[in-house]
Ligand binder design. Structure first.
Ligand SMILES: [Zn+2]
Length: 463
């Protein structure tokens, strides 16, 4: 060890360590952001701190399969050297006077007769946790064995079971820290969002409700004038429960100005998530609540009523627009399976069949697949820390709204393109009918008996 120390020519340092004021111009600076991943060393290279230097040496060692030890390490000098016998690789550094920086004074950047080190004593669980923190955060489900195999095969060094286990644990702590940090910033985030989005409601609420599952993203999606997705509101809440939904609906109600007198003009389609229906009962009792037919069908299958015939019949019942036609299809359904009929009888058709929908909301939608496409588009955001998640959503919506605004500005027509296509189709269908005395009579009767065939056409136009 003393031999190594003597090898450093300290006389050289006097010429190299001076004029600190001119550090930037004179010496190569190690830039952590770009150089840290694959550090390369050169004479005079200056590191911002000892910590940075240590990390650089560590990364260099792992990338090159070398084991490097510290020969000397005090307040002013540091020497690092390859541990393999006879290998000349070494770097000598000195602290820059009056600064936290460290600079390479002398170095031999060459390994000789030095093979890849598999069992490297530099491998510590904290180092592994740091190098793998992003991947561990993206895969919270990784177990020790899987993680160990990944590290060993990708890094080219051995980690023991206990190191792998502790690294996972440490990464969890780091993640937890990040989550907590994000929550600490939520108030400033709210201020900034309110400032830059003047007409947007952006409240933060403290809650004493705790939920093990923690962090649920609630959204309200509507369709715009072109039958496209139009997200109205989103919130991250403690969990899927009545209190959370109530808070969300209360805000939505205020923002959309849904007063008692207009409640029946609104229609909500959901999968009847936990706590949602009771929340509607307390906040918006007068709105129409529908249950997505695709979900109804999924539930029917779970209940044990399967097969294409039943499925088709259920969908026919859902699509019928008149009570008579609905009853005809329902009796067909009963004919197929009496038990399934009894099961279906417990669900109110006002929630899932057009024949029973109110006409106030001017909406004939049966499924909430727009919510599914929305959920699909935000998959990336969902497992991120809270602010990152909110930012992904905000930026995405900002982009989409801007795009739509531009497209809409280009159009001269009052009616949106998807609706024009719809109207053309209806027009073509309608052309097959001839208005005769008899047809007119039927129309009148249909109208009197609440036949909604003609309302359908109206709805086509009113979108
Ligand atoms: Zn070496």
């Amino acid at each position: 060890m003393t031999k190594d120390e003597n090898e450093i020519k300290f006389s050289y340092e006097e010429s190299i360590v001076d004029s600190d004021s001119d550090v930037e111009g004179k010496w190569p600076i190690f830039r952590a952001a770009t150089d840290m991943k694959d550090p390369q060393f050169s004479l005079g290279m200056t590191f911002a701190s000892k910590q940075q230097l240590r990390e650089a040496v560590q990364n260099y060692a792992f990338n090159n399969g070398k084991e490097i030890k510290t020969l000397k390490n005090d307040k002013e000098r540091m020497i690092v050297k390859c541990t393999q016998e006879g290998c000349p690789w070494r770097i000598g550094l000195k602290k820059v006077l009056g600064s936290l920086s460290w600079r390479i004074l002398n170095m031999t950047d060459e390994h000789e007769g030095c093979s890849w080190v598999w069992e490297n004593s530099m491998v510590k669980f904290s180092v592994v946790a740091k190098r793998w923190s992003t991947e561990l955060q993206d895969h919270p489900d990784w177990m020790m064995r899987k993680f160990k195999d990944k590290v060993c095969s990708q890094e080219g060094f051995y980690v023991s079971n206990s190191q792998a286990y502790r690294a996972i644990w440490k990464a969890k702590k780091l993640r937890q820290g990040k989550v907590e940090d994000a929550f600490k910033k939520i108030w400033s985030y709210k201020e900034e969002t309110s400032r830059t989005n003047p007409k947007t409601t952006c409240p933060v609420k403290l809650s004493d409700l705790s939920d093990e599952s923690g962090g649920m993203l609630l959204t309200a999606i509507s369709i715009d004038g072109n039958d496209s997705i139009f997200p109205l509101a989103y919130a991250i809440v403690e969990g899927e429960k009545k209190e959370s939904w109530t808070w969300f609906l209360e805000l939505l109600k205020t923002d959309l100005e849904i007063t008692k007198s207009v409640e029946d003009e609104y229609c909500f389609i959901s999968d009847k998530q936990k706590g949602l229906i009771p929340a509607f009962e307390s906040e918006l009792p007068g709105v129409e609540n529908r249950f997505c037919v695709r979900h109804l069908h999924a539930n029917m299958k779970v209940a044990g009523f399967q097969g294409k015939a039943l499925k088709d019949c259920l969908w026919a019942c859902a699509r019928e627009t008149t009570l008579n036609a609905f009853n005809v299809d329902l009796s067909k359904f009963r004919g197929l399976d009496e038990d399934a009929y009894q099961w279906l009888g417990e669900k109110s058709p006002t929630e899932w069949s057009r024949s029973h929908f109110s006409t106030h909301s001017h909406c004939d939608m049966l499924v909430n697949n727009i919510c599914e496409s929305w959920n699909g588009s935000i998959r990336d955001a969902r497992d991120k820390p809270i602010i990152e998640c909110l930012e992904i959503l905000r930026k995405m919506l900002m982009g989409k709204f801007f795009e739509k605004k531009q497209k809409a500005a280009e159009r001269k027509s009052l009616i949106c393109p998807a609706i024009v296509r719809k109207l053309k189709k209806i027009e073509k269908e309608a052309a097959k009918y001839l208005a005769t005395q008899w047809d007119f009579f039927k129309f009148e009767v249909g109208h009197l008996y609440g036949d909604q065939q003609e309302v359908d056409l109206e709805k086509g136009c009113s979108y």
